[in-house]
Design a protein around this ligand. Structure first.
Ligand code: SF4
Length: 469
């Protein structure tokens, strides 16, 4: 059993605001109609319905879950759908109007065909949803329960975890370099005299040619950078009852002005602006790369953009790397580390609290930054461990069920932590007391012990102590 998950699954281009509550349900609803279509049963369908359980039922509306279900039933995929098609797809639905399943079979549909059961927790996962289809006589044509297991990954209830990839998951691939713990990963690097990114690249090349791997990683980076740029150019108010003002655009204007006046760059402040930009785009339902989730989507792009833009300023930057190659190394290193969190603990806020989402992303970014700043495998493992250790116990308590407060600022803080962790590790020799494996296991245990109130239900923490206006 190998922990490795392909970069093209861990970093998928999708829509905001949530990988588990928006991207996963969209994917599940699409999978449901595609299965009906493949079985030749779609023409029989006269009505469809969806029940959202547990966390999906509790905070689904704030996360655009029913909108995503409608878009998925229409046959849209998160990678290609126009974010404007998803926004308001259920919220603004005219009851009784035709819903065109899989893009060609119309049935009448009302908002009440999506129901919410937040108090019902299915045993396999807190994020569960059942999709059903009936014929004109009211007989059931098909009913499937899907689990949205974090990071946009889905699986059908009762199916083995090996099917947990987003689509055609990579867990069953015979990777050339197999590892299930950080200790095994470090041993492999030592034995093969390869970097963590080098091992990950060879694994990716088991699935697609070298040029395609490079082009695919460049496309992920282009989407991340595009999201940063879009967020830095936007202003106004985010959707939802909190009326949260977007800050990244104003911060960009302030920084540009301050730099012009002072004649020097302000990398640390830009780092926060980059993270805010991505998370504001995510909160507005824009085009976002899950990294490894949407709630934590700002950390990796912010840290990578910090390196991209200010690498020349850093005394520690490796001079032999051009920036595109550096970003590929960053993403591949982060992929190997993220695989360990996904396999041995969780990257899902509904499963492990925010430590699983933001903590994992922070560790991945810290490791990636250490790699592109010339760190060796032991220093990369050290950086990831430092970053994760100081997120242990972090709860998930989004106010109003929206991925806004505390999520947006939290990404900026975690980006800063990732940079600090990388710098601490780079000043050491890779030797340290707490191993990454120990901290991953601690995160898993802490997630199990954590009350469900702090796992994306908005029933505890800030979510109950901040008055929604
Ligand atoms: S609090 Fe953390 S885990 Fe919860 S929605 Fe926000 S970013 Fe995700």
């Amino acid at each position: 059993m190998s922990a490795y998950v392909s970069a093209f699954e861990l970093f998928s281009i999708g829509v905001g605001p949530s990988s588990s509550h928006t991207v996963g349900p969209l994917r599940a609803a699409r999978a449901f109609v595609v299965r009906l279509e493949a079985a030749g049963r779609l023409p029989e369908v006269a009505r469809v319905g969806c029940v959202l359980y547990g966390s999906l039922g509790a905070t689904g509306i704030g996360h655009g879950t029913p909108d995503a279900v409608v878009a998925g039933l229409q046959g849209h995929a998160p990678e290609t759908v126009d974010p404007d098609v998803v926004r308001g797809a259920w919220t603004e639905w005219v009851d009784g109007s035709p819903l065109v399943l899989a893009g060609w079979h119309a049935v009448p549909f009302s908002r009440s065909d999506v129901t919410f059961e937040p108090r019902t927790r299915l045993p396999e996962h807190p994020n569960a949803m059942t999709l059903s289809a009936w014929d004109a006589a009211g007989d059931l044509v098909a009913s499937e329960t899907y689990l949205s297991v974090g990071g946009g990954f889905i699986r059908r209830a009762g199916e083995a975890a090996e099917a947990g990839g987003r689509r055609g998951g990579s867990c069953a691939v015979a990777w050339p370099y197999r590892f299930s713990t950080a200790a095994e990963l470090l041993e492999l690097c030592e034995r093969e005299q390869m970097s963590i990114a080098g091992l990950a690249r060879r694994n990716e090349e088991a699935l697609r040619p070298e040029a395609e791997v490079a082009a695919g990683l460049d496309a992920i980076w282009d989407a991340m950078a595009g999201c940063v740029e879009a967020g830095l150019r936007a202003d106004g108010t985010l959707p939802g009852m909190l009326r949260v003002r977007r800050r990244a655009g104003a911060m960009r204007a302030q920084l540009e002005q301050a730099e012009a006046a002072g004649g020097r760059e302000l990398p640390g402040e830009w780092l926060g602006a980059f993270a805010l930009a991505v998370n504001e785009e995510n909160a507005s339902g824009g085009r976002v790369v899950t990294a490894p989730t949407n709630g934590a989507a700002g950390i990796l792009p912010a840290v990578a953009m910090y390196w991209w833009r200010f690498a020349a300023e850093s005394r520690l930057a490796s001079e032999d790397l051009d920036r595109r190659r550096g970003i590929r190394r960053f993403l591949l290193t982060a992929t190997a580390l993220g695989s360990l969190f996904k396999a041995n603990a969780s990257i899902s806020g509904a499963e492990g609290g925010c430590q699983a989402e933001v903590g994992s992303a922070c560790a991945m970014a810290a490791g990636g930054l250490t790699a592109v700043m010339g760190g060796n495998s032991a220093q990369i493992e050290n950086a990831a461990e430092i970053a994760m250790e100081h997120h242990l116990g972090l709860t998930c308590d989004p106010v109003g069920g929206l991925v806004q407060i505390p999520c947006i600022e939290r990404n900026a803080i975690a980006a800063s932590t990732a940079v600090t962790a990388a710098r601490l590790a780079l000043r050491g020799d890779g030797q340290h007391y707490v191993s990454l494996d120990a901290v991953v296991e601690t995160m898993r245990q802490t997630g199990i012990d954590m009350s469900h109130k702090y796992k994306e239900t908005s029933e505890g923490g800030l979510a109950v102590n901040v008055v929604e206006c």
